[in-house]
Design a protein around this ligand. Structure first.
Ligand SMILES: [Zn+2]
Length: 254
């Protein structure tokens, strides 16, 4: 089963979640309601083995509603990996900002950029998210985004590993959309679309990947596709990134 997408449906939250509930039934996922946004549920899923406490991979999209490709890329990957979802440990946040997706806005219904808030437990949604994530052991985290200024795909890698882990992922993605080859991206030094961070940027407390890191997640990737490229290619690149990351980081399974 694969959901077909035409561009006018890219911001159709109901269609996105209807497809996710079909995946959840087929893969026997547990669903968790993290909160509501103007009456719409903010849903998270966990696989059976993740619910049983096995160290899990965390996959997240839809933090910024004007970035349409990542939610559909993650859905497409899930639709094509039902058997893995039945047996392997995954925690999945398929759309953390539903109103933003519907309105095609970066911010949520309160005008807030959620990706500056993941450290703030006074935010009810973030409090529920932290209550969900904190008891889990994470193998790695993948946060999926898009960037209007990007000239290709790029990826922030945050880990204590000596060697970069994201090179094979960016190689796989390059077959769909080449990497952004700028030497500096968003103020950070980049090499063939990879920005490595072993030390946390000062004063930047709220991004999801940084909070995951602080909660003990050993490796986080934040992957970005270029918003100005064709939607189908961006969705394909997002799906390929998830495929390659879950394959190459399987070594972190222990
Ligand atoms: Zn974003």
């Amino acid at each position: 089963m694969t959901t077909c997408l035409t561009s006018h449906r890219a911001h159709d939250f109901a269609a996105l979640m209807a497809a996710w509930h079909r995946v959840a039934r087929a893969a026997r996922l547990h669903s968790i309601i993290l909160g509501h946004a103007e009456g719409l549920p903010v849903v998270a899923f966990e696989t059976k083995t993740a619910a049983q406490g096995e160290p899990a991979a965390y996959l997240s999209t839809g933090v910024h509603g004007d970035e349409a490709a990542p939610p559909w890329g993650l859905l497409t990957w899930a639709e094509q990996n039902i058997e893995r979802l039945r047996t392997e440990p995954f925690l999945i946040a398929p759309c953390l900002n539903p109103v933003g997706l519907i309105r095609n806005t970066r911010v949520d219904q309160r005008g807030i950029d959620l990706n500056r808030r993941f450290h703030l437990t006074r935010d009810p949604l973030i409090k529920a998210w932290q209550q969900w994530i904190k008891p889990k052991t994470l193998r790695f985290g993948l946060c999926l985004h898009e960037d209007y200024d990007a000239q290709g795909c790029y990826l922030y890698e945050l880990s204590h590993q000596k060697r970069p882990l994201s090179e094979p992922v960016m190689e796989a993605v390059a077959a769909i959309i080449p990497p952004d080859l700028r030497g500096t991206i968003e103020g950070s030094k980049a090499k063939r679309g990879i920005i490595r961070r072993k030390v946390l940027p000062e004063g930047l407390l709220g991004p999801e990947a940084i909070v995951l890191h602080k909660l003990g997640c050993p490796v986080t990737f934040t992957f970005e596709t270029p918003s100005e490229f064709a939607l189908d290619h961006r969705i394909h690149a997002q799906r390929t990134c998830i495929e390659a990351t879950t394959e190459h980081l399987a070594i972190l399974r222990s």
